[in-house]
Design a protein around this ligand. Structure first.
Ligand code: PHE
Length: 357
């Protein structure tokens, strides 16, 4: 009995002092495992007389329970320490600045699209998309652009090969307006979308690129009128250029798909050769707009006696060049890293109307 008492103390000490989970497990096997010291002793109980057996059995069970408990206590402590060490070692400080070798820049086109989405998103518009390769119906006919219209000529439009001799030639969309058509055909009013994306025209010089970006806007509802068109676009121009008192002018114009149509100019001045956007004596044209032509609504199965709407479209490069002082359109697509570092934006600096653009 006395040596059992000593053994118990020795095992409990070892449990309390076990340096790690492995040695704790080794101890468990050595004492309580199949061939463990305590287990072996249990097996010898059969040789004792019944009275002795009861007493020795109780004593052994006590040692067994005490040891099991000590091992469990130590395991919990060791596990807590291990977890604490891991938490320390694997800590990530998310507020640290981006490592220099990782700091990419967001292209001004992407940035401008994000800003457009932030502004119009706040006004309740959602984003719609459509294909770059279109058919003549979506790109022209549904938009009330007649067969003879100069925009349809090869000089302005990129035509792709037709599938067969009597099939129509697909086009690279010349504007984002086909997205309005697709949206009116697939959804029911009320509609409120913007459609930013790539567009293509056979044009190439310092201010024109064969591929460029537009953003289209479309609102259709029962009570939508020209006042909504004006309010929306004035609000947009002021938010986008960050000038609260920016003068915005609507000039009568013509588009086959809107009636009446207007072109929108914003105020600017040229002080000492420097273009400044804001109140001044000059004007800059930035977008086209109008009330959706009843024929276009009807082409899309919308009852034009019940619904009306407005639409607008503008070049994304153009407004980005004006806002960020980028002088040459062609540089947008040259993939020059030095240009991107200069004109690009930090990836984590996402525009939002809450923080200001
Ligand atoms: N689609 C026209 C263009 O490319 C822009 C526009 C869109 C004008 C919608 C009015 C309404 O020039």
């Amino acid at each position: 009995m006395q040596d059992l008492e000593q053994l118990k103390q020795k095992l409990l000490d070892e449990a309390a002092e076990a340096a790690d989970l492995d040695s704790l497990e080794a101890l468990r096997v050595r004492a309580l495992g199949k061939k463990g010291e305590i287990t072996q002793r249990m097996k010898t109980l059969g040789q004792l007389s019944p009275d002795e057996r009861r007493e020795a059995g109780q004593a052994l069970n006590q040692v067994k329970d005490a040891l099991a408990e000590a091992i469990e206590t130590r395991r919990e402590a060791l596990e807590a320490t291990a977890l604490e060490a891991r938490l320390q070692a694997e800590r990530i400080d998310v507020s640290l600045p981006v490592r220099p070798e990782r700091s990419g820049h967001v292209h001004p086109i992407s940035r401008t699209i994000d800003e457009l989405i932030a502004i119009f998103g706040e006004m309740g518009f959602s984003v719609a998309e459509g294909p770059h390769i279109e058919d003549a119906f979506h790109n022209f006919s549904a938009l009330n652009i007649p067969e003879w219209h100069p925009a349809r000529q090869d000089m302005d439009t990129f035509y792709l090969k037709a599938e067969s001799e009597d099939a129509e030639r697909p086009v690279l969309r010349t504007h984002t307006s086909p997205v309005q058509i697709r949206h009116m055909l697939s959804d029911k009013p009320p509609l409120r979308i913007i459609a930013p994306g790539r567009t293509f025209r056979a044009d190439h010089d310092a201010t024109h690129s064969p591929m460029f970006h537009q953003v289209e806007g479309l609102v259709v509802d029962e009570t939508t009128h020209m006042g909504h068109l004006k309010g929306t676009l004035i609000e947009f121009c002021r938010a986008f250029f960050g000038v609260d008192d920016l003068p915005v002018r609507f000039r009568p114009s013509y588009f086959p798909f809107t009636e009446p149509s207007a072109e929108v100019d914003i105020g600017c001045s040229h002080e000492g050769g420097q273009l400044v956007i804001g109140p001044g004596k000059d004007w800059l044209e930035i977008l086209g707009c109008g009330m959706v032509h009843p024929k276009v609504l009807e082409n899309c199965g919308i009852d034009s006696t019940r619904y009306q709407g407005f639409a607008f479209g503008m070049g994304i490069e153009r407004i980005a060049m004006l806002k960020y002082g980028i002088p040459d359109l062609r540089t947008f697509y040259e993939s020059d890293l030095r240009w991107l570092r200069h004109y690009g934006f930090l990836p984590l600096d996402v525009p939002s109307m809450v923080r200001g653009l």
